[in-house]
Design a protein around this ligand. Structure first.
Ligand SMILES: Cc1cc2nc3c(=O)[nH]c(=O)nc-3n(C[C@H](O)[C@H](O)[C@H](O)COP(=O)(O)OP(=O)(O)OC[C@H]3O[C@@H](n4cnc5c(N)ncnc54)[C@H](O)[C@@H]3O)c2cc1C
Length: 469
């Protein structure tokens, strides 16, 4: 087990508790990443909050599942809780000490405090996180075949499909081309990483060719566009961390950097209206925000090319100025930060194993989930799958209707058509929609409580197979 952060600590514990002997390699304290500051295992690198503990929220639901699954990390969080309203916030040193003690004292765990610069032989789980240190990043990249590893997140916001106002929005792809017939956007499939400068996020216009279709378009007139650009320029931005060089590539430039370059820049970039006609006016809009399906259920859409460092409340305020998005429900906000993650759907198998070297598995943020508890959940699942395999048992995956199942599918489900894999946190867009009502329609009321109830029920039914000894 390499790395003892959120994912590695949980995975090592699960393996050890199942009776397997674990060598846990962690580089701290001899070497610290720019974000880690203590010798403790399971260190929270930033906020001391594990987000909401209300089971109706995505983060609360995931914690509920983790508790039921016997997560050691969540147990330590519960034991070190500090008052934070509906959130589960922890006293970070007590939390880290509790995890460190449990792992260090476990008779099946041998803790090795050193940096790992190569991939060990035998069954190994790598969970070295977004700031993987030393040569290991390079070694992993070589194992992946030289590409399919990203070093920067450029995440666009995602909104819930049923919160889009169809009085303003319309469906359609540029020049009327659709996703089924289109060839993958060459630039997008050639994407390597942000340092390679090949990344692109240009909507269905790509480099002038239509790369995909089935988009939702939110048209803006001139006044609306100008007001939008002014709001982006005036909006509060999150400053990069000291170790994050603000180094952007043309294909994934934050919208605020484009807006700063001049009033017309966005209109010639992600908001370009070419090839589109608003069916209400029969004319080409002045500018357009395009939304692309984020999941197979078509319940969540991302704002194409809208990666941003705008603060979350500012994103909500400013993006709701776009006609069609006035009441948009944001399932995930946009962000840009330093990260390291694998293009998991392309490279990893259904047990998080590298397809070309199945003894090598990955867990945590490296697999393309975002957040402490999400990383912990993937650590738990990866370890449980390894235990099953070593015991000759069949693969056991969580139901897709659960939060753990949604995250698992995000990481492992093969993608069709052009895509750029981006990390996700827990959100209801990862799950299939609720079934249709007898009248053939979807009920919009109380969607989250009903999805949460379904998830809790399905998780409880699945739990005995997860916890088998
Ligand atoms: C600056 C920053 C702030 C963040 N803030 C938040 C936040 O507020 N909330 C949130 O939910 N998420 C936050 N995240 C995301 C957060 O990192 C992940 O959610 C989570 O910690 C990832 O878990 P992990 O186990 O994959 O990696 P980590 O928790 O980072 O653990 C990786 C471990 O591997 C070790 N390691 C690295 N390289 C090697 C090596 N070569 N050899 C041996 N050991 C190695 C590290 O020392 C570390 O202990 C933040 C990330 C960063 C970079």
């Amino acid at each position: 087990m390499v790395g003892a952060g959120m994912a590695g600590a949980e995975a090592a514990w699960q393996l050890a508790e199942a009776g397997l002997r674990v060598a846990l390699v962690e580089m701290k304290p001899a070497e610290m990443s720019p974000a880690h500051q203590t010798p403790l295992l399971g260190e929270l690198v930033c906020s001391n909050s594990l987000r909401s503990d209300d089971v109706v929220t995505p983060a609360g639901l995931l914690k509920h599942e983790l508790r039921a699954a016997g997560s050691m990390v969540i147990a330590c969080a519960d034991a070190n809780r500090v008052p934070a309203g509906a959130a589960l916030a922890v006293e970070r040193f007590g939390f880290g000490r509790a995890i460190t003690t449990k792992l260090a004292m476990h008779p099946n765990i041998r803790l090795e405090r050193r940096r790992c610069d190569d991939l060990p032989a035998g069954p190994v789980i790598v969970a070295t996180g977004p700031l993987t240190a030393g040569k290991l990043g390079e070694v992993i990249r070589n194992e992946l075949g030289g590409d399919r590893m990203y070093f920067y997140d450029a995440i666009a916001p995602i909104v819930s499909a049923d919160s889009i106002d169809w009085n303003h929005a319309f469906r359609g792809s540029r020049w009327g081309k659709d996703m089924v017939t289109a060839e993958p956007n060459a630039a997008e499939t050639a994407a390597t990483d942000m340092f390679g400068g090949k990344e692109t996020e240009g909507g269905d216009g790509g480099a002038g060719a239509d790369g995909s279709g089935d988009y939702i378009n939110c048209p803006l007139n001139k006044e609306q566009y100008e007001a939008f650009v002014a709001a982006v320029n005036g909006g509060r931005k999150v400053l990069p961390h000291a170790f994050e060089e603000p180094k952007y590539f043309e294909g994934c430039m934050p919208i605020e950097v484009m807006a700063e370059r001049g009033e017309g820049t966005l209109r010639f970039g992600p908001m370009k209206p070419i090839g589109l006609r608003d069916p209400r006016t029969g004319r080409r809009p002045w500018a357009v925000v395009q939304l692309r399906p984020e999941n197979q259920y078509l319940t969540a859409y991302n704002l194409v090319g809208f990666q941003t460092r705008l603060a979350y409340p500012e994103q909500q305020r400013i993006f709701q100025m776009v006609p069609g998005l006035a009441n948009a429900e944001f399932l995930r906000f946009g962000s840009i930060h330093r990260n390291t993650y694998i293009d998991a759907p392309a490279k990893l198998g259904e047990r998080f194993e590298l397809r070309t070297r199945p003894h090598l598995r990955f867990a945590g943020l490296l697999t393309g989930v975002e957040g402490y508890i999400e990383s912990c959940a993937m650590g738990l699942l990866c370890a449980r799958m390894l235990i099953d395999e070593l015991r000759g048992r069949p693969l056991n995956v969580p139901p897709p209707t659960t939060m753990m199942g949604g995250l698992y599918l995000h990481v492992t489900a093969p993608r069709v058509g052009p895509y750029r894999y981006a990390p996700t946190n827990s959100n209801y867009g990862l799950m299939p929609p609720l079934p249709l009502e007898p009248d053939g329609k979807y009920r919009k009321d109380n969607k989250k409580p009903r999805m949460s109830e379904r998830a809790q029920r399905d998780f409880a039914a699945w739990l005995p197979t997860l916890l088998r000894a």
